[in-house]
Design a protein around this ligand. Structure first.
Ligand code: COA
Length: 377
């Protein structure tokens, strides 16, 4: 049998046009378009269209897609009511996982794997994820969930449902950019999980629920929340050098640093850093920002030679905090963005490949051993 690729590192199992990561140069493209261009000029709705259709929309197509999303934002009342019964102290990613699974229970076409139904269900999930996450947040706060508003963009409506007020144009833009940056990222762990489930010919909800479970982990999407906890634990930028040394001595990881594919600065982190810096200077969140900068300085000396740099999760938390989002909701925000990538990859895999994904493990046990009766063991 061939060499073991631990953690499937370097294994290529399918083709995809959706996103390309140049890990050596620190570049990311969606459908060949540099992420910097999309972050500056596009919207989340347009990026979602791009990932689902594998091309940019015309003006009419984009308007129609935006309307389609708006029309699907709402949740059935009884669905929202069930959120009230979720324990308040569970992680919101666990609640999101359950909520999306519940959506599947109430979809009579859950088992319909026809590509057209997959597309329609995928669009509905992209539209509903913000409503679900915002409702979960408000219920945890003892408040009533807010109905989505169809006079607002995807990002502005999400902000409104989370915070109960319409965002300023700057706040809307920051959230829109954050959603664009997180929308897709090659064959990452949650996307792969979604494809593994989809390739068994299971339903779309199961694939997405699996993806949420993978994203929840702190080695993947959960790192953004871990970064904020790390900053809070340090408390002061002056303590960073000592803290950093101790952490490395204990062989503990610096959260928000390092990546399986990037061996250079993550371009998404570079964009988010600019926003984090803006927020830090404008709204006096400089303590958190200063701590991150101090960590980055230490990492530049001690980790960069090993190809370890800040990733997307390093600066996102500071930005989200400024948008009034509590740390435990950072990873659900990631999911609200990544649902477009998950659905896009599922549609693409269905069209191009659609083969069961089934790797093997190298068997290291023995063979032909006698079965020892239990009383003789
Ligand atoms: C993302 C991550 C899981 C990738 O891991 P990976 O590709 O499996 O890399 P490995 O675990 O093989 O690590 C390779 C080396 O880099 C070191 N390393 C990787 N990430 C590190 C980090 N964040 N801090 C300190 N050292 C790190 C490892 O200790 C290892 O060192 P060694 O070779 O001396 O033992 C890893 O970088 C990590 O845990 N980062 C922190 C969590 C995070 O921010 N995740 C979000 C990713 S977007």
């Amino acid at each position: 049998m061939s060499e073991i690729a631990r953690g499937l590192e370097g294994v290529v199992f399918t083709e995809s046009d959706l996103s390309y990561i140049d890990g050596q140069q620190g570049k990311l493209y969606y459908l060949g378009i540099p992420i910097e261009e999309l972050a500056e000029k596009s919207s989340y709705e347009e990026v979602a269209f791009l990932l689902l259709h594998r091309r940019l929309p015309t003006r009419d197509e984009l308007s129609a897609f935006e309307e389609k999303l708006k029309a699907r934002r709402g949740l059935r009342v009884e669905k929202v009511a069930s959120f009230v019964d979720y324990p308040r102290d569970v992680h919101p990613m666990a609640a999101l996982r359950t909520a999306i699974s519940e959506l599947g229970l109430f979809d009579p076409k859950e088992e319909d794997l026809d590509p057209e139904n997959l597309y329609e269900t995928g669009v509905a999930l992209i539209a509903k994820f913000p409503t679900v996450v915002a409702a979960l947040k408000r219920v945890r706060e003892g408040k009533l969930p807010l109905e989505p508003r169809d006079d607002l963009s995807h990002a502005a409506n999400f902000y409104y449902m989370l915070n109960g007020e319409v965002p300023s144009p700057e706040q809307e833009r920051v959230l829109d950019v954050a959603l664009i940056l997180h929308a897709d990222h090659g064959m990452n762990a949650s996307t792969f999980t979604a494809l593994v489930i989809h390739a068994t010919a299971s339903d779309l909800y199961s694939s997405i629920v699996g993806a949420i479970g993978a994203l929840k982990g702190p080695r993947h999407g959960g790192a953004n929340e871990a970064v904020l906890k790390m900053i809070q634990g340090i408390g002061d930028a002056a303590k960073v050098p000592e803290w950093f040394r101790e952490r490395l001595e204990k062989k503990e990881r610096i959260m928000g640093m390092g990546h399986r594919v990037y061996k250079a600065y993550d371009p998404r982190a570079r964009i988010l850093k600019r926003y984090a810096e803006k927020v830090a200077t404008a709204h006096g969140r400089s303590r958190e920002y200063e701590i991150l900068e101090a960590i980055e300085r230490e990492a530049e000396r001690q980790l960069a030679p090993k190809g370890i740099y800040p990733n997307v999760d390093f600066y996102s938390g500071v930005v989200y905090s400024d948008l009034g989002i509590p740390p435990e909701f950072f990873t659900p925000i990631f999911a609200v963005a990544r649902i477009a990538g998950w659905v896009g990859h599922i549609l693409e895999y269905t069209e191009k490949d659609n083969r069961l994904i089934r790797p093997r493990a190298k068997y290291t046990g023995e063979l032909d051993l006698p079965y020892v009766p239990i009383e003789q063991r």
